[in-house]
Design a protein around this ligand. Structure first.
Ligand SMILES: [Zn+2]
Length: 447
């Protein structure tokens, strides 16, 4: 494995034009794999991005068996057999396009594939091919392999791979990694989780006439909550305590989400394994640094100091069509429109470990200001300025300790909390300082 890590470190270094040493990258890669427990593919791409490089410059894919595939992998290498292959035309912009589709197999299982570029591709049933730089997606709970522009295929001799036997033979993926909800990050795979079901609903989804059932809802343990999707009926009911082995994590709308399917094992545990539903419903307090590392979370509490009130806070006018906040009474998309008034706060909250933008809607903003939207409109008219409301919010909030609760999303611009609850903390600063001093003195006494 270490030798393999070294060759992937070399690949990353090459993609970065050699500006970071292979040794340094190797350490980083080990950290991502062993401490953060993300997949090799995700780790490689994250490291390249972190150093300002372009992940498409990576050349060495991660070699996997079909059973090891998870959705969202960008460069996968595989040795597999074409179990079936078929062609068809699809409608695209500017005419029709030929694609190939079918089933790939190896000794661990089968997976559907689509080849989006067919020029020069000569695939026949029974061929054994070495695939480089394929990518995977999830399609209604199932992993799919895609061959794109960067994918190369080379034929191997028929005996390079054991024959495919339907339903037979599977290589174990190794024991799943036990995790707490707080540890779940995008790209984590083969995870073992002990959780209680807070809510679950059954949904039917339709694609190309195929009905598929998905069970989705919220799980919790003593460290937090996470949304889940189960792509098989495991007869999950609210308040069940479950052990799930073989799940994986991917981001959905900027928040990590736990998924599992027919490859996972689900068992019911004694209710006493975890705290009660009532206990678990409470929102845990978290550090912003941890949210950044996890890539967002649902229903968490952050305490920090408001260090800025962003532009676009206070009394704003929204486009009646698309709800975007107007600038100079014009919508970016719909031009000059008659705006609808609204109140909101975009506050930068810093807890010492990091910062996030907390977005508060009308009701919470009215609560903080102690007055209604209508009162704010009147005041703005009297002062001939919309800014008066933002100034009041700044006076009220900047440099104040606050507690905010809500869902936190993560994207290229950072962390954003859509706030469900907020309060200004009445912290007795003097008393806190005294308590801290006493604690320090106490430590000195025992030293
Ligand atoms: Zn608009």
């Amino acid at each position: 494995m270490q030798e393999e890590i070294a060759s992937h470190a070399r690949d990353i270094s090459r993609a970065l034009g050699g500006k970071v040493s292979e040794k340094e990258i190797e350490n980083e890669l080990n950290n991502y794999l062993n401490v953060y427990r993300v997949s090799l593919d995700t780790a490689k791409r994250s490291i390249v991005r972190k150093h300002g490089g372009d992940p498409t410059g990576l050349q060495l894919g991660v070699s996997k068996t079909i059973k090891e595939l998870i959705p969202g992998e960008q460069s996968v290498d595989m040795l597999c057999r074409i179990v079936s292959v078929d062609g068809r035309q699809i409608d695209v912009e500017g005419g029709a396009k030929d694609i190939l589709y079918g089933i790939l197999g190896d000794q661990t299982g089968t997976v559907p594939f689509t080849a989006w570029v067919v020029e020069g591709l000569d695939l026949h049933k029974g061929d054994v091919v070495r695939v480089r730089n394929a990518y995977t997606k999830e399609f209604r709970g199932q992993v799919q392999v895609n061959f794109g522009n960067r994918t190369t295929l080379a034929k191997e001799s028929a005996d390079a791979l054991p024959p495919y036997e339907p339903g037979k033979g599977s290589v174990p993926r190794g024991p799943p990694t036990p995790m707490k909800v707080v540890d779940l990050k995008e790209g984590s795979s083969n995870v073992s989780l002990i959780v209680r079901v807070l809510d679950v609903e059954k949904r039917e989804v339709q694609v190309n006439g195929d009905a598929k059932t998905v069970f989705s809802g919220t799980f919790a343990d003593e460290t937090g909550k996470v949304k889940f999707s189960a792509w098989k009926d495991f007869s999950i009911s609210p308040s069940d305590t479950l052990k799930i082995e073989g799940g994986y994590v991917k981001a959905w709308r900027g928040i990590p989400q736990f998924s599992f399917d027919e490859r996972s094992a689900v068992s019911k545990l004694e209710a006493s394994t975890l705290p009660t539903v009532e206990e678990l419903e409470k929102s845990p307090r978290v550090w912003i640094e941890d949210l950044a590392e996890r890539g967002g979370a649902i229903d968490v509490v952050v305490r920090g100091i408001v260090i800025d009130i962003k532009e676009g806070s206070g009394l704003v006018y929204r486009c009646p069509e698309c709800k975007r906040v107007l600038r100079k009474m014009a919508c970016r998309i719909h031009g000059e429109v008659q705006g609808t008034p609204d109140l909101r706060v975009k506050a930068v909250v810093d807890d010492g470990s990091g910062a996030l933008i907390a977005v508060l809607g009308k009701e919470l903003t009215e609560g903080l200001l102690g007055k209604t939207l209508e009162a704010c409109i009147t005041e703005a008219k009297e002062n001939m300025s919309q800014e008066v409301v933002r100034d009041q919010l700044a006076d009220l909030l900047v440099a104040q300790p606050v507690e905010v609760r809500g869902n936190v999303t993560s994207d290229d611009y950072g962390l954003m909390m859509i706030v469900d609850g907020a309060k200004i903390l009445k912290v007795d600063v003097e008393q806190e300082a005294r308590a801290m001093l006493e604690e320090l003195e106490g430590l000195e006494d025992t030293a």
